[in-house]
Design a protein around this ligand. Structure first.
Ligand code: AAO
Length: 534
Protein backbone atom coordinates (compact mmCIF):
# COMPACT_ATOMS: atom_id res chain seq x y z
CA UNK A 1 0.00 0.00 0.00
CA UNK A 2 1.00 3.54 -0.43
CA UNK A 3 3.29 2.77 -3.33
CA UNK A 4 3.00 5.54 -5.86
CA UNK A 5 3.60 4.66 -9.45
CA UNK A 6 4.96 7.84 -10.91
CA UNK A 7 6.53 6.53 -14.03
CA UNK A 8 7.55 9.37 -16.25
CA UNK A 9 5.62 8.75 -19.45
CA UNK A 10 8.05 7.12 -21.90
CA UNK A 11 8.36 8.49 -25.41
CA UNK A 12 7.55 6.67 -28.62
CA UNK A 13 8.46 8.33 -31.93
CA UNK A 14 9.04 11.55 -30.05
CA UNK A 15 5.50 11.44 -28.64
CA UNK A 16 4.83 10.98 -24.94
CA UNK A 17 3.13 7.65 -24.31
CA UNK A 18 0.25 9.29 -22.51
CA UNK A 19 -0.44 11.51 -25.53
CA UNK A 20 -0.30 8.40 -27.67
CA UNK A 21 -2.67 6.70 -25.24
CA UNK A 22 -5.15 9.53 -25.59
CA UNK A 23 -4.93 9.36 -29.37
CA UNK A 24 -5.39 5.59 -29.33
CA UNK A 25 -8.31 5.97 -26.95
CA UNK A 26 -9.99 8.42 -29.24
CA UNK A 27 -9.53 6.14 -32.24
CA UNK A 28 -10.86 3.22 -30.19
CA UNK A 29 -13.76 5.32 -28.93
CA UNK A 30 -14.72 6.26 -32.46
CA UNK A 31 -14.48 2.67 -33.66
CA UNK A 32 -16.61 1.40 -30.79
CA UNK A 33 -19.17 4.13 -31.25
CA UNK A 34 -19.53 2.90 -34.81
CA UNK A 35 -19.70 -0.79 -33.94
CA UNK A 36 -21.93 -0.28 -30.90
CA UNK A 37 -19.59 -2.39 -28.76
CA UNK A 38 -20.90 -5.86 -28.99
CA UNK A 39 -17.92 -7.80 -30.23
CA UNK A 40 -15.56 -9.42 -27.74
CA UNK A 41 -12.44 -7.33 -27.54
CA UNK A 42 -9.33 -9.33 -28.28
CA UNK A 43 -7.08 -9.95 -25.30
CA UNK A 44 -4.52 -7.24 -25.74
CA UNK A 45 -1.02 -7.57 -24.39
CA UNK A 46 -2.30 -5.44 -21.50
CA UNK A 47 -3.74 -1.98 -21.05
CA UNK A 48 -1.80 0.97 -22.45
CA UNK A 49 -1.20 2.26 -18.92
CA UNK A 50 -0.73 -0.88 -16.82
CA UNK A 51 -2.82 -1.56 -13.74
CA UNK A 52 -0.71 -0.97 -10.60
CA UNK A 53 0.67 -4.42 -9.85
CA UNK A 54 -0.60 -4.96 -6.33
CA UNK A 55 -3.36 -7.02 -4.79
CA UNK A 56 -6.12 -5.70 -2.55
CA UNK A 57 -5.24 -6.97 0.92
CA UNK A 58 -5.93 -6.04 4.53
CA UNK A 59 -3.07 -3.54 4.28
CA UNK A 60 -4.84 -1.72 1.41
CA UNK A 61 -7.28 1.17 1.64
CA UNK A 62 -10.08 1.73 -0.88
CA UNK A 63 -12.71 4.41 -1.32
CA UNK A 64 -16.10 4.52 -3.04
CA UNK A 65 -16.46 7.86 -4.81
CA UNK A 66 -20.16 7.94 -5.46
CA UNK A 67 -21.30 9.80 -8.56
CA UNK A 68 -18.02 11.57 -9.16
CA UNK A 69 -17.67 12.14 -12.87
CA UNK A 70 -14.69 10.64 -14.69
CA UNK A 71 -12.81 13.91 -15.14
CA UNK A 72 -13.06 14.65 -11.43
CA UNK A 73 -11.86 11.19 -10.39
CA UNK A 74 -8.92 11.49 -12.79
CA UNK A 75 -7.85 14.74 -11.12
CA UNK A 76 -8.43 13.41 -7.62
CA UNK A 77 -6.32 10.32 -8.34
CA UNK A 78 -3.42 12.46 -9.51
CA UNK A 79 -3.61 15.20 -6.90
CA UNK A 80 -4.94 13.50 -3.77
CA UNK A 81 -5.68 9.77 -3.83
CA UNK A 82 -2.38 8.55 -5.28
CA UNK A 83 -0.14 10.78 -3.16
CA UNK A 84 -2.00 9.92 0.05
CA UNK A 85 -1.77 6.16 -0.55
CA UNK A 86 -5.30 5.15 -1.53
CA UNK A 87 -4.97 1.80 -3.30
CA UNK A 88 -8.30 1.48 -5.10
CA UNK A 89 -11.35 3.52 -6.02
CA UNK A 90 -14.83 2.11 -6.54
CA UNK A 91 -16.47 4.17 -9.26
CA UNK A 92 -20.16 4.39 -10.15
CA UNK A 93 -21.47 2.17 -12.98
CA UNK A 94 -19.90 3.31 -16.27
CA UNK A 95 -22.35 1.86 -18.80
CA UNK A 96 -25.18 3.62 -20.67
CA UNK A 97 -28.25 3.94 -18.45
CA UNK A 98 -31.86 5.06 -18.60
CA UNK A 99 -32.29 8.81 -18.60
CA UNK A 100 -33.39 10.78 -15.57
CA UNK A 101 -32.01 12.82 -12.73
CA UNK A 102 -32.22 10.29 -9.89
CA UNK A 103 -28.92 8.70 -8.84
CA UNK A 104 -30.32 5.22 -9.35
CA UNK A 105 -30.74 5.53 -13.12
CA UNK A 106 -27.13 4.25 -13.23
CA UNK A 107 -28.36 0.88 -11.93
CA UNK A 108 -30.57 0.33 -14.99
CA UNK A 109 -28.29 -0.47 -17.96
CA UNK A 110 -29.59 -0.18 -21.50
CA UNK A 111 -26.32 -1.00 -23.29
CA UNK A 112 -22.68 -1.57 -22.42
CA UNK A 113 -21.49 1.54 -24.22
CA UNK A 114 -19.27 3.55 -21.91
CA UNK A 115 -21.39 6.64 -22.39
CA UNK A 116 -23.15 7.97 -19.32
CA UNK A 117 -23.92 11.23 -17.62
CA UNK A 118 -20.64 10.73 -15.73
CA UNK A 119 -18.63 10.98 -18.92
CA UNK A 120 -17.79 9.66 -22.36
CA UNK A 121 -15.75 6.59 -23.25
CA UNK A 122 -12.74 8.82 -23.96
CA UNK A 123 -13.11 10.50 -20.55
CA UNK A 124 -13.46 7.08 -18.92
CA UNK A 125 -10.26 5.84 -20.55
CA UNK A 126 -8.46 9.00 -19.54
CA UNK A 127 -9.57 8.51 -15.90
CA UNK A 128 -8.43 4.88 -15.80
CA UNK A 129 -5.06 5.84 -17.20
CA UNK A 130 -4.64 8.78 -14.81
CA UNK A 131 -5.51 6.63 -11.79
CA UNK A 132 -3.28 3.77 -12.91
CA UNK A 133 -0.42 6.22 -13.31
CA UNK A 134 -1.08 7.49 -9.78
CA UNK A 135 -0.94 3.95 -8.36
CA UNK A 136 -4.70 3.79 -7.75
CA UNK A 137 -6.63 0.81 -9.11
CA UNK A 138 -10.10 1.32 -10.59
CA UNK A 139 -12.82 -1.04 -9.37
CA UNK A 140 -15.86 -0.57 -11.59
CA UNK A 141 -19.41 -1.08 -10.35
CA UNK A 142 -20.66 -3.81 -12.72
CA UNK A 143 -24.45 -3.92 -13.10
CA UNK A 144 -24.81 -7.29 -14.79
CA UNK A 145 -27.72 -8.99 -13.02
CA UNK A 146 -30.40 -7.14 -14.94
CA UNK A 147 -31.20 -4.46 -17.47
CA UNK A 148 -33.80 -1.61 -17.37
CA UNK A 149 -37.31 -1.77 -15.96
CA UNK A 150 -38.91 0.28 -18.76
CA UNK A 151 -38.91 0.85 -22.53
CA UNK A 152 -37.32 3.86 -24.15
CA UNK A 153 -34.21 5.54 -25.39
CA UNK A 154 -31.06 5.47 -23.26
CA UNK A 155 -28.57 8.16 -22.32
CA UNK A 156 -26.57 7.52 -25.52
CA UNK A 157 -29.78 7.20 -27.60
CA UNK A 158 -29.90 3.40 -27.63
CA UNK A 159 -33.48 2.29 -28.31
CA UNK A 160 -34.50 -0.54 -26.00
CA UNK A 161 -37.46 -2.24 -24.46
CA UNK A 162 -37.52 -4.00 -21.12
CA UNK A 163 -36.70 -7.40 -22.63
CA UNK A 164 -34.91 -6.38 -25.80
CA UNK A 165 -31.47 -4.75 -26.16
CA UNK A 166 -30.35 -4.79 -29.79
CA UNK A 167 -26.94 -6.36 -30.24
CA UNK A 168 -26.90 -7.68 -26.66
CA UNK A 169 -29.99 -9.49 -25.41
CA UNK A 170 -33.20 -10.87 -26.90
CA UNK A 171 -36.37 -11.58 -24.87
CA UNK A 172 -35.42 -15.21 -24.21
CA UNK A 173 -32.22 -14.08 -22.50
CA UNK A 174 -34.33 -13.11 -19.47
CA UNK A 175 -35.75 -15.48 -16.87
CA UNK A 176 -39.20 -14.01 -17.30
CA UNK A 177 -39.38 -15.11 -20.96
CA UNK A 178 -37.95 -18.60 -20.75
CA UNK A 179 -40.22 -21.50 -21.57
CA UNK A 180 -42.39 -22.03 -18.47
CA UNK A 181 -41.04 -25.58 -18.28
CA UNK A 182 -37.49 -24.25 -17.88
CA UNK A 183 -36.25 -24.70 -14.29
CA UNK A 184 -35.07 -21.06 -14.28
CA UNK A 185 -38.34 -19.56 -15.53
CA UNK A 186 -39.76 -16.88 -13.22
CA UNK A 187 -42.05 -14.07 -14.38
CA UNK A 188 -42.46 -12.48 -10.95
CA UNK A 189 -40.53 -10.25 -8.62
CA UNK A 190 -38.69 -11.83 -5.68
CA UNK A 191 -41.32 -12.22 -2.96
CA UNK A 192 -39.34 -14.20 -0.40
CA UNK A 193 -35.68 -13.32 0.12
CA UNK A 194 -35.32 -16.52 2.14
CA UNK A 195 -36.00 -18.61 -0.98
CA UNK A 196 -32.69 -18.96 -2.81
CA UNK A 197 -34.36 -20.12 -6.04
CA UNK A 198 -36.44 -16.92 -6.17
CA UNK A 199 -33.44 -14.75 -5.24
CA UNK A 200 -31.56 -16.02 -8.29
CA UNK A 201 -34.32 -16.54 -10.86
CA UNK A 202 -36.96 -13.88 -10.17
CA UNK A 203 -36.69 -10.12 -10.66
CA UNK A 204 -35.29 -7.63 -8.17
CA UNK A 205 -37.88 -4.83 -7.91
CA UNK A 206 -39.10 -5.15 -11.50
CA UNK A 207 -35.61 -5.13 -13.01
CA UNK A 208 -35.60 -7.74 -15.83
CA UNK A 209 -33.41 -10.60 -14.63
CA UNK A 210 -30.79 -11.88 -17.06
CA UNK A 211 -30.63 -15.65 -17.58
CA UNK A 212 -26.98 -15.83 -16.50
CA UNK A 213 -26.99 -19.62 -16.72
CA UNK A 214 -27.10 -19.27 -20.55
CA UNK A 215 -23.67 -19.37 -22.26
CA UNK A 216 -24.49 -16.51 -24.65
CA UNK A 217 -25.61 -14.27 -21.78
CA UNK A 218 -22.46 -15.06 -19.80
CA UNK A 219 -20.33 -14.30 -22.85
CA UNK A 220 -22.09 -10.98 -23.53
CA UNK A 221 -21.48 -9.91 -19.93
CA UNK A 222 -17.86 -11.09 -20.16
CA UNK A 223 -17.35 -9.07 -23.35
CA UNK A 224 -18.41 -5.94 -21.47
CA UNK A 225 -16.17 -6.66 -18.49
CA UNK A 226 -13.24 -7.60 -20.74
CA UNK A 227 -13.61 -4.27 -22.52
CA UNK A 228 -13.15 -2.56 -19.13
CA UNK A 229 -10.20 -4.80 -18.24
CA UNK A 230 -8.51 -4.10 -21.56
CA UNK A 231 -8.81 -0.36 -20.85
CA UNK A 232 -7.06 -0.89 -17.51
CA UNK A 233 -9.75 -1.53 -14.91
CA UNK A 234 -8.42 -3.78 -12.10
CA UNK A 235 -11.66 -5.40 -11.00
CA UNK A 236 -15.32 -5.14 -10.16
CA UNK A 237 -17.84 -4.50 -7.43
CA UNK A 238 -20.52 -6.85 -8.72
CA UNK A 239 -23.90 -5.23 -8.18
CA UNK A 240 -26.70 -7.53 -7.00
CA UNK A 241 -24.31 -10.52 -7.04
CA UNK A 242 -26.70 -12.28 -4.69
CA UNK A 243 -29.27 -12.36 -7.51
CA UNK A 244 -26.83 -13.67 -10.10
CA UNK A 245 -25.81 -16.50 -7.81
CA UNK A 246 -22.32 -17.79 -7.03
CA UNK A 247 -22.34 -20.50 -9.70
CA UNK A 248 -23.14 -18.18 -12.61
CA UNK A 249 -20.94 -15.39 -11.35
CA UNK A 250 -17.87 -17.57 -10.93
CA UNK A 251 -18.48 -18.96 -14.44
CA UNK A 252 -18.57 -15.40 -15.81
CA UNK A 253 -15.37 -14.60 -13.93
CA UNK A 254 -13.78 -17.59 -15.66
CA UNK A 255 -14.36 -15.90 -19.04
CA UNK A 256 -12.44 -12.77 -18.11
CA UNK A 257 -9.00 -11.60 -19.09
CA UNK A 258 -6.26 -11.59 -16.49
CA UNK A 259 -5.01 -8.44 -14.81
CA UNK A 260 -1.26 -8.56 -14.20
CA UNK A 261 -1.31 -12.32 -14.66
CA UNK A 262 -4.10 -12.91 -12.14
CA UNK A 263 -7.90 -13.04 -12.43
CA UNK A 264 -9.46 -9.58 -11.98
CA UNK A 265 -10.49 -8.51 -8.47
CA UNK A 266 -14.12 -9.29 -7.55
CA UNK A 267 -16.18 -7.90 -4.67
CA UNK A 268 -19.66 -9.46 -4.62
CA UNK A 269 -22.60 -7.45 -3.28
CA UNK A 270 -24.56 -9.99 -1.24
CA UNK A 271 -26.43 -8.02 1.40
CA UNK A 272 -27.08 -10.32 4.35
CA UNK A 273 -25.45 -12.67 6.82
CA UNK A 274 -21.97 -14.12 6.54
CA UNK A 275 -23.46 -17.52 5.75
CA UNK A 276 -25.24 -16.06 2.71
CA UNK A 277 -21.89 -14.61 1.65
CA UNK A 278 -19.93 -17.85 2.14
CA UNK A 279 -20.74 -19.17 -1.34
CA UNK A 280 -19.00 -16.16 -2.91
CA UNK A 281 -15.71 -16.14 -0.98
CA UNK A 282 -14.04 -18.90 -3.02
CA UNK A 283 -13.76 -16.41 -5.90
CA UNK A 284 -14.42 -12.95 -4.45
CA UNK A 285 -14.45 -10.65 -1.47
CA UNK A 286 -17.69 -9.69 0.25
CA UNK A 287 -18.79 -6.78 2.45
CA UNK A 288 -19.24 -6.64 6.25
CA UNK A 289 -22.96 -5.81 6.13
CA UNK A 290 -23.48 -5.87 9.87
CA UNK A 291 -20.85 -3.21 10.41
CA UNK A 292 -22.78 -0.05 9.36
CA UNK A 293 -25.66 -1.18 11.59
CA UNK A 294 -23.30 -1.80 14.52
CA UNK A 295 -21.68 1.57 14.07
CA UNK A 296 -24.87 3.59 13.70
CA UNK A 297 -26.47 1.87 16.69
CA UNK A 298 -23.49 1.91 19.00
CA UNK A 299 -20.83 4.45 18.16
CA UNK A 300 -22.79 7.53 19.21
CA UNK A 301 -23.32 5.75 22.55
CA UNK A 302 -19.69 4.82 23.12
CA UNK A 303 -17.11 2.26 22.13
CA UNK A 304 -18.34 -0.47 24.43
CA UNK A 305 -21.21 -1.70 22.29
CA UNK A 306 -19.02 -2.14 19.29
CA UNK A 307 -16.14 -3.95 20.90
CA UNK A 308 -17.15 -5.65 24.09
CA UNK A 309 -18.81 -8.77 22.75
CA UNK A 310 -17.61 -8.76 19.23
CA UNK A 311 -14.04 -9.98 19.57
CA UNK A 312 -12.97 -7.25 17.21
CA UNK A 313 -15.56 -8.04 14.56
CA UNK A 314 -14.33 -11.50 13.75
CA UNK A 315 -17.41 -13.32 15.03
CA UNK A 316 -20.10 -11.90 12.77
CA UNK A 317 -18.28 -11.56 9.49
CA UNK A 318 -16.64 -13.73 6.88
CA UNK A 319 -12.91 -14.23 7.26
CA UNK A 320 -10.78 -11.12 7.34
CA UNK A 321 -8.94 -11.91 4.10
CA UNK A 322 -12.26 -11.89 2.18
CA UNK A 323 -14.10 -9.09 3.94
CA UNK A 324 -14.35 -5.46 2.90
CA UNK A 325 -15.15 -3.34 5.95
CA UNK A 326 -17.42 -0.33 5.55
CA UNK A 327 -19.09 2.51 7.42
CA UNK A 328 -21.62 3.24 4.67
CA UNK A 329 -22.21 2.90 0.95
CA UNK A 330 -24.48 4.69 -1.51
CA UNK A 331 -27.51 2.57 -0.57
CA UNK A 332 -27.23 3.01 3.19
CA UNK A 333 -26.40 6.69 2.80
CA UNK A 334 -29.48 7.32 0.68
CA UNK A 335 -31.93 4.71 1.93
CA UNK A 336 -30.83 4.94 5.61
CA UNK A 337 -29.30 2.60 8.18
CA UNK A 338 -25.75 3.94 8.48
CA UNK A 339 -23.72 6.88 9.71
CA UNK A 340 -23.16 9.52 7.05
CA UNK A 341 -21.48 12.87 6.52
CA UNK A 342 -24.55 14.30 8.27
CA UNK A 343 -23.15 12.81 11.51
CA UNK A 344 -20.01 14.94 11.20
CA UNK A 345 -17.23 13.95 13.60
CA UNK A 346 -18.93 10.69 14.54
CA UNK A 347 -18.86 9.63 10.89
CA UNK A 348 -15.20 10.53 10.71
CA UNK A 349 -14.51 8.61 13.94
CA UNK A 350 -16.25 5.53 12.52
CA UNK A 351 -13.94 5.73 9.51
CA UNK A 352 -10.90 6.19 11.78
CA UNK A 353 -11.99 3.14 13.76
CA UNK A 354 -12.33 1.12 10.56
CA UNK A 355 -8.92 2.21 9.29
CA UNK A 356 -7.26 1.44 12.62
CA UNK A 357 -8.57 -2.10 12.84
CA UNK A 358 -6.55 -4.98 11.46
CA UNK A 359 -9.72 -6.87 10.51
CA UNK A 360 -10.75 -6.73 6.85
CA UNK A 361 -10.02 -4.50 3.89
CA UNK A 362 -11.34 -1.00 4.63
CA UNK A 363 -13.37 0.90 2.04
CA UNK A 364 -14.12 4.55 2.77
CA UNK A 365 -17.22 6.15 1.33
CA UNK A 366 -17.66 9.66 0.02
CA UNK A 367 -20.52 11.20 -1.95
CA UNK A 368 -22.27 14.57 -2.12
CA UNK A 369 -24.56 16.59 0.15
CA UNK A 370 -28.27 16.04 -0.51
CA UNK A 371 -31.56 16.70 1.18
CA UNK A 372 -33.82 14.44 -0.85
CA UNK A 373 -32.82 10.81 -1.30
CA UNK A 374 -34.84 10.33 -4.46
CA UNK A 375 -33.70 13.38 -6.34
CA UNK A 376 -30.17 12.31 -6.97
CA UNK A 377 -27.34 14.74 -7.00
CA UNK A 378 -28.11 18.44 -7.25
CA UNK A 379 -24.80 18.47 -9.08
CA UNK A 380 -26.66 16.96 -12.03
CA UNK A 381 -27.47 19.66 -14.54
CA UNK A 382 -30.76 18.76 -16.24
CA UNK A 383 -30.11 21.14 -19.14
CA UNK A 384 -26.78 19.56 -19.99
CA UNK A 385 -27.65 15.98 -18.99
CA UNK A 386 -24.25 15.76 -17.34
CA UNK A 387 -22.76 15.70 -13.92
CA UNK A 388 -20.69 18.80 -13.35
CA UNK A 389 -17.18 18.33 -12.00
CA UNK A 390 -17.08 17.54 -8.28
CA UNK A 391 -16.61 20.65 -6.17
CA UNK A 392 -15.17 20.08 -2.68
CA UNK A 393 -15.38 22.54 0.21
CA UNK A 394 -12.72 25.23 -0.16
CA UNK A 395 -9.71 26.11 1.99
CA UNK A 396 -9.60 24.84 5.56
CA UNK A 397 -13.22 23.65 5.26
CA UNK A 398 -11.88 20.83 3.11
CA UNK A 399 -9.80 19.50 6.01
CA UNK A 400 -12.48 18.21 8.36
CA UNK A 401 -16.19 17.35 8.47
CA UNK A 402 -18.40 20.41 8.34
CA UNK A 403 -21.58 20.97 10.35
CA UNK A 404 -23.47 21.64 7.13
CA UNK A 405 -22.85 21.59 3.42
CA UNK A 406 -24.44 23.42 0.53
CA UNK A 407 -26.53 20.90 -1.37
CA UNK A 408 -24.59 19.33 -4.21
CA UNK A 409 -21.19 19.97 -2.63
CA UNK A 410 -19.00 16.89 -2.67
CA UNK A 411 -17.94 15.84 0.82
CA UNK A 412 -14.41 14.80 -0.25
CA UNK A 413 -13.56 12.92 2.93
CA UNK A 414 -10.38 11.76 1.25
CA UNK A 415 -9.09 15.29 1.91
CA UNK A 416 -9.80 15.33 5.65
CA UNK A 417 -6.59 15.63 7.69
CA UNK A 418 -7.54 12.79 10.04
CA UNK A 419 -8.34 10.42 7.18
CA UNK A 420 -5.08 11.24 5.40
CA UNK A 421 -3.24 10.65 8.66
CA UNK A 422 -4.97 7.32 9.24
CA UNK A 423 -4.25 6.08 5.70
CA UNK A 424 -0.56 6.74 6.42
CA UNK A 425 -0.91 5.12 9.87
CA UNK A 426 -2.42 1.97 8.37
CA UNK A 427 0.25 1.94 5.72
CA UNK A 428 2.90 2.03 8.46
CA UNK A 429 1.41 -0.67 10.69
CA UNK A 430 0.83 -2.87 7.62
CA UNK A 431 -0.36 -6.36 8.34
CA UNK A 432 0.43 -6.29 12.08
CA UNK A 433 -2.55 -7.29 14.17
CA UNK A 434 -4.01 -5.66 17.25
CA UNK A 435 -2.20 -6.74 20.41
CA UNK A 436 -5.06 -8.48 22.15
CA UNK A 437 -3.18 -8.86 25.42
CA UNK A 438 -5.14 -6.79 27.97
CA UNK A 439 -1.93 -4.86 28.55
CA UNK A 440 -2.16 -3.41 25.04
CA UNK A 441 -5.88 -3.47 24.35
CA UNK A 442 -8.23 -1.46 26.55
CA UNK A 443 -11.88 -2.01 25.77
CA UNK A 444 -14.33 0.25 27.57
CA UNK A 445 -16.47 -1.84 29.88
CA UNK A 446 -19.60 0.24 29.53
CA UNK A 447 -21.13 3.26 27.88
CA UNK A 448 -19.79 6.75 27.53
CA UNK A 449 -16.73 8.39 28.95
CA UNK A 450 -14.21 5.67 28.19
CA UNK A 451 -11.47 5.55 25.62
CA UNK A 452 -10.87 2.57 23.36
CA UNK A 453 -7.15 2.10 22.86
CA UNK A 454 -4.88 -0.42 21.27
CA UNK A 455 -1.45 -1.03 19.95
CA UNK A 456 -0.60 -2.43 16.53
CA UNK A 457 3.10 -3.07 16.67
CA UNK A 458 4.62 0.23 15.71
CA UNK A 459 1.39 2.22 16.04
CA UNK A 460 -0.88 3.23 18.92
CA UNK A 461 -4.38 4.73 18.76
CA UNK A 462 -6.91 5.97 21.32
CA UNK A 463 -10.48 6.90 20.34
CA UNK A 464 -13.01 8.97 22.28
CA UNK A 465 -16.64 8.78 21.13
CA UNK A 466 -17.96 11.20 23.73
CA UNK A 467 -18.87 14.84 23.18
CA UNK A 468 -16.23 15.89 25.72
CA UNK A 469 -12.42 15.96 25.36
CA UNK A 470 -10.79 13.52 27.79
CA UNK A 471 -7.44 14.35 29.38
CA UNK A 472 -5.68 11.33 30.81
CA UNK A 473 -2.41 9.45 31.06
CA UNK A 474 -2.30 6.42 28.76
CA UNK A 475 0.12 3.54 28.61
CA UNK A 476 0.93 3.62 24.88
CA UNK A 477 3.65 0.95 24.85
CA UNK A 478 5.86 2.87 22.46
CA UNK A 479 9.50 3.90 22.99
CA UNK A 480 10.36 7.16 24.74
CA UNK A 481 10.24 10.23 22.50
CA UNK A 482 8.16 13.00 20.95
CA UNK A 483 5.57 11.83 18.44
CA UNK A 484 3.39 13.87 16.08
CA UNK A 485 -0.27 12.88 16.19
CA UNK A 486 -1.46 11.87 12.70
CA UNK A 487 -5.13 12.64 13.41
CA UNK A 488 -4.44 16.36 13.85
CA UNK A 489 -1.26 16.36 11.75
CA UNK A 490 -2.28 14.27 8.74
CA UNK A 491 -0.15 12.32 6.34
CA UNK A 492 2.94 14.49 6.84
CA UNK A 493 2.70 15.40 10.52
CA UNK A 494 6.19 16.95 10.83
CA UNK A 495 6.95 20.43 9.42
CA UNK A 496 10.17 21.37 7.64
CA UNK A 497 11.19 23.06 10.90
CA UNK A 498 10.93 19.74 12.73
CA UNK A 499 7.77 20.65 14.63
CA UNK A 500 4.48 18.80 14.78
CA UNK A 501 1.76 20.08 12.44
CA UNK A 502 -0.82 19.04 15.03
CA UNK A 503 -0.50 17.76 18.57
CA UNK A 504 2.83 16.65 20.02
CA UNK A 505 2.62 13.53 22.19
CA UNK A 506 5.49 12.95 24.59
CA UNK A 507 6.06 9.36 25.64
CA UNK A 508 8.04 8.70 28.84
CA UNK A 509 10.66 6.02 29.43
CA UNK A 510 7.91 3.84 30.89
CA UNK A 511 5.83 4.14 27.70
CA UNK A 512 3.29 6.54 29.18
CA UNK A 513 1.90 9.78 27.74
CA UNK A 514 -0.36 12.46 29.14
CA UNK A 515 -2.82 13.09 26.33
CA UNK A 516 -6.02 14.93 25.59
CA UNK A 517 -8.17 12.87 23.27
CA UNK A 518 -10.49 15.36 21.56
CA UNK A 519 -14.27 14.91 21.61
CA UNK A 520 -15.56 12.43 18.99
CA UNK A 521 -12.04 12.00 17.74
CA UNK A 522 -8.78 10.20 18.37
CA UNK A 523 -5.03 10.44 18.74
CA UNK A 524 -2.75 8.13 16.78
CA UNK A 525 1.03 7.82 16.77
CA UNK A 526 3.52 5.78 14.80
CA UNK A 527 7.08 4.76 15.57
CA UNK A 528 8.47 5.82 12.18
CA UNK A 529 10.76 8.62 11.09
CA UNK A 530 7.97 10.46 9.25
CA UNK A 531 5.92 10.76 12.45
CA UNK A 532 8.39 10.72 15.39
CA UNK A 533 10.50 13.80 16.20
CA UNK A 534 13.14 12.12 18.33
C1 AAO B 1 -35.68 1.86 -8.58
C2 AAO B 1 -36.88 2.23 -7.71
C3 AAO B 1 -37.75 1.00 -7.46
C4 AAO B 1 -38.18 0.37 -8.79
C5 AAO B 1 -36.94 0.06 -9.62
C6 AAO B 1 -37.29 -0.46 -10.99
O1 AAO B 1 -36.39 2.76 -6.48
O2 AAO B 1 -38.89 1.42 -6.72
O3 AAO B 1 -38.89 -0.82 -8.55
O4 AAO B 1 -36.15 1.25 -9.79
O5 AAO B 1 -38.00 0.51 -11.67
C7 AAO B 1 -30.75 1.09 -7.00
C8 AAO B 1 -31.71 1.75 -6.03
C9 AAO B 1 -33.12 1.27 -6.25
C10 AAO B 1 -33.51 1.43 -7.71
C11 AAO B 1 -32.52 0.60 -8.54
C12 AAO B 1 -32.78 0.62 -10.04
O6 AAO B 1 -31.28 1.44 -4.70
O7 AAO B 1 -33.98 2.07 -5.43
O8 AAO B 1 -34.83 0.94 -7.91
O9 AAO B 1 -31.21 1.15 -8.33
O10 AAO B 1 -32.74 1.90 -10.53
C13 AAO B 1 -31.48 -5.76 -2.38
C14 AAO B 1 -30.45 -6.37 -3.33
C15 AAO B 1 -29.23 -5.51 -3.50
C16 AAO B 1 -29.62 -4.06 -3.87
C17 AAO B 1 -30.57 -3.54 -2.79
C18 AAO B 1 -31.04 -2.12 -3.11
O11 AAO B 1 -30.08 -7.64 -2.84
O12 AAO B 1 -28.45 -6.05 -4.55
O13 AAO B 1 -31.73 -4.40 -2.72
N1 AAO B 1 -28.43 -3.21 -4.02
C19 AAO B 1 -27.84 -2.95 -5.36
C20 AAO B 1 -27.33 -1.52 -5.47
C21 AAO B 1 -28.49 -0.57 -5.53
C22 AAO B 1 -29.28 -0.81 -6.81
C23 AAO B 1 -29.39 -2.25 -7.16
C24 AAO B 1 -28.73 -3.23 -6.49
C25 AAO B 1 -30.07 -2.58 -8.42
O14 AAO B 1 -26.43 -1.26 -4.45
O15 AAO B 1 -28.08 0.78 -5.47
O16 AAO B 1 -30.60 -0.28 -6.65
O17 AAO B 1 -29.09 -2.47 -9.45
C26 AAO B 1 -32.52 -7.22 2.58
C27 AAO B 1 -32.24 -8.24 1.49
C28 AAO B 1 -31.28 -7.65 0.47
C29 AAO B 1 -31.89 -6.40 -0.09
C30 AAO B 1 -32.10 -5.41 1.07
C31 AAO B 1 -32.69 -4.08 0.61
O18 AAO B 1 -31.31 -6.97 3.29
O19 AAO B 1 -31.65 -9.39 2.08
O20 AAO B 1 -31.09 -8.59 -0.59
O21 AAO B 1 -30.98 -5.81 -1.03
O22 AAO B 1 -33.00 -5.99 2.02
O23 AAO B 1 -33.92 -4.29 0.04
C32 AAO B 1 -29.97 -6.85 7.25
C33 AAO B 1 -30.45 -8.20 6.72
C34 AAO B 1 -30.49 -8.18 5.18
C35 AAO B 1 -31.36 -7.03 4.74
C36 AAO B 1 -30.74 -5.73 5.27
C37 AAO B 1 -31.49 -4.47 4.83
O24 AAO B 1 -28.60 -6.67 6.91
O25 AAO B 1 -29.53 -9.22 7.13
O26 AAO B 1 -31.04 -9.40 4.70
O27 AAO B 1 -30.74 -5.78 6.72
O28 AAO B 1 -32.80 -4.52 5.28
Amino acid sequence: MGQVYRLGAPRIWGMRLNSLAKLTSLIAATALAVTGLSAAPAQASGPIVPVPDKQITEASVGIQMFLWNWDSIAKECTNVLGPEGIDWVQISPPQEHITGSTWWVHYQPVSYKLESDLGTRAQFINMVHACNRAGVQIIADAVINHMAASDGSGYANTEFSRFNYPGLYAPNDFHANLDPSDPHYCADNIQDYGDQWQVVNCSLSGLPDLATEKPNVRQTIANYLNDLIDIGVAGFRVDAAKHIGAEDLSAIKGLLHDVNGRPPYFGSEVIGSSSENDAFTPFSDVWAWQMPTDLVNNLPLGMAGIYSNRALWTETFNDSAHTITMVSNHDTEHHGGALSYKDGLTYQLASILMLSNSFGKPELYTGYAFSDDGNGSPNYKPGSDLYANAVCPAGTKALKPQASYVEGTYICMDRWTAIRGMIAWRDAVGASTIETNAKYLKIPATGLGRILQYNRGIGFIAMNPTAKALKTTLLVHEPKGAYCDVISGGQKPITSKKKCVGTTITVSATGRALVTVPAKSAIAIVKASWAKLN
